[in-house]
Design a protein around this ligand. Structure first.
Ligand code: SAM
Ligand code: SF4
Length: 467
């Protein structure tokens, strides 16, 4: 979602007359797009902006902006923590980026203080109060600072075009925000409630992408399969996307297990373009923990979903997200999660230690319930060991298969290229970089555990994408 939001901001800025450059040294404005899911990600952002401050000392006119979920979460306090940051902007402020940057520029060139009522302690001037968020303008010794923090249920990102890198694959957000309230999760607080894009717009965008040579799309949303717009549900949209001329592969992420329905699974089974891959975020393998996480399903119902998907799409590759050491998780309950991993045998698992996020309900659980950090680390390591062993076994069993691969880029070694199978497995094989966007077939010769080394077999299909 953040890669996609980065492309969105680039599109908005380019249409606003900005030129996009890759190196901060070449830029007048540097935006650091952020995630608030875990504390670790936020700590890294603070390190990054402090590095950028080194550049700013040489070029005081440079604007440093922090955008995205961490910006929304920390708001003005980020301006206190990192006083060299000029702009803090949450996800619903992107449409106004060129105007906001213009406003900063005008404020820094004018000696007048912005109009409004100044807070005597901070100097902050609230210029547009209202709603759960707001716009705050202040003037520090270094110049003006802006925090754009409104969450806007009417901001549906309609009409905003992403600036996508040329290539065969595109991310297409179809939904923003989330209506769930999983007790560990900050997303609903920093991205607001669920907002779905018009299906007409989504399809028009994908047709246009296909005309430009894109052959693979990934539909994005926090609970992407709860999508509904004017009576069009996710399965219907997925079917229509899969039938767009020129689109050969469709993926979607992240689905919520509760919205994995028979209708969805039958579209996955029937539509050749929908890839044999499903991300099914389990989070835990114990009912008491799932209940306290407010996931609204049980282990049994999750296993039923797995059976349903595997019956309809027998070769499907499944991935998951797991959080260990949720407050109150006992040793036995953690072992249930390991049991779930062994029972389902996910092809891939994204594993996290619980990270307390201010304002989320789980932080209000009794302090005594919080799992000791060393124990949490030990659980994470055990989970990684189990999930990697399963992944290696599954992949070793796939050696010898011939799989269709879409070439996505270069491999690590000279003369190697990297592609992905329909089941979302990475394969590297010999080839030249001009093959980006080609579909070809490779024999999976060996696996490193997570990825495959392959060799091309049979006819090569040239790319339709201009590269
Ligand atoms: N909406 C998706 C779902 O329901 O599965 C997940 C989106 S969330 C942005 C991505 C993943 O981050 C979650 O599936 C969860 O495993 C992890 N996550 C979210 N909050 C977390 C927290 N406080 N601590 C650790 N991991 C967290
Ligand atoms: Fe967070 Fe739960 Fe919404 Fe996923 S479904 S984004 S985990 S609140």
């Amino acid at each position: 979602m953040n890669i996609s939001d980065g492309e969105l901001m680039e599109g908005i800025l380019e249409r606003g007359g900005y030129e996009i450059v890759r190196a901060p040294e070449d830029a007048d404005v540097v935006l650091v797009n952020t995630c608030a899911i875990r504390e670790h990600a936020e700590t890294r952002v603070l390190g990054r902006v402090s590095q950028l401050n080194g550049l700013k000392r040489e070029r005081p006119d440079m604007v440093i902006g922090v955008t995205g979920c961490m910006a929304q979460r920390l708001g003005e306090t980020l301006l206190d923590q990192a006083p060299y940051v000029d702009l803090v902007m949450g996800p619903d402020g992107y449409r106004g980026l060129p105007d906001t940057l213009g406003r900063l520029e005008r404020a820094s060139s004018s000696r007048s203080r912005p109009r409004g009522l100044a807070d005597p302690d901070t100097g902050a001037i609230r210029v547009a109060p209202g709603g759960p968020g707001r716009i705050v303008e202040r003037r520090s010794k270094r110049g003006p600072q802006l925090a754009v923090l409104q969450l806007d249920m009417d901001e549906n990102y309609q009409g905003l075009e992403q600036r996508r890198a040329i290539g065969p694959s595109a991310w297409v957000p179809i939904q923003r925000g989330c209506d769930h309230r999983c007790t560990y999760c900050i997303v609903p607080y920093v991205r607001g409630g669920e907002k779905n894009r018009s299906a007409i717009d989504v399809l028009a965008e994908i047709r246009a992408l296909a005309e430009q040579g894109v052959t693979e799309v990934t539909l994005l949303g926090q609970t992407v399969n709860s999508y509904v717009w004017n009576g069009v549900g996710f399965p219907a949209l997925l079917r229509d996307v899969a039938r767009v001329d020129g689109i050969r592969r469709v993926r979607f992420t992240s689905p919520h297990p509760n919205d994995v329905t028979e209708e969805l699974v039958s579209v996955m089974a029937d539509e050749p373009a929908v890839c044999e891959q499903l991300h099914l975020p389990a989070q835990a393998g114990n009912d008491r923990t799932l209940k306290r996480m407010l996931r609204r399903y049980t282990v049994e119902s999750l296993l039923d979903k797995v059976d349903m998907v595997r019956t309809a799409v027998p070769d499907v590759a499944l991935s998951t997200d797991i959080i260990v050491a949720f407050p109150g998780e006992s040793d036995d309950e953690f072992r249930d999660t390991l049991e779930l991993m062994r029972a389902v045998r996910f092809d891939e698992a994204y594993t996290y230690k619980y990270s307390a996020r201010d304002g989320t309900p789980a932080t209000r659980l009794p302090q005594a319930d919080f799992v000791d950090p060393l124990e949490a680390q030990a659980r994470l390591e055990q989970l990684i060991e189990v999930s990697r062993a399963i992944q290696s076994e599954i992949n070793a069993g796939e050696v010898g298969r011939v799989e269709e691969v879409l070439v996505e880029g270069e491999g690590r070694d000279d003369g190697q290229i990297r592609g992905r199978t329909r089941r979302n497995k990475v394969v590297v094989f010999d080839g030249s970089r001009d093959r980006l966007g080609d579909y070809t077939h490779t024999l999976l010769k060996r696996t490193t555990g997570a990825t495959f080394v392959g060799s091309e077999v049979g006819a090569k299909e040239p790319a339709t994408v201009a590269v």
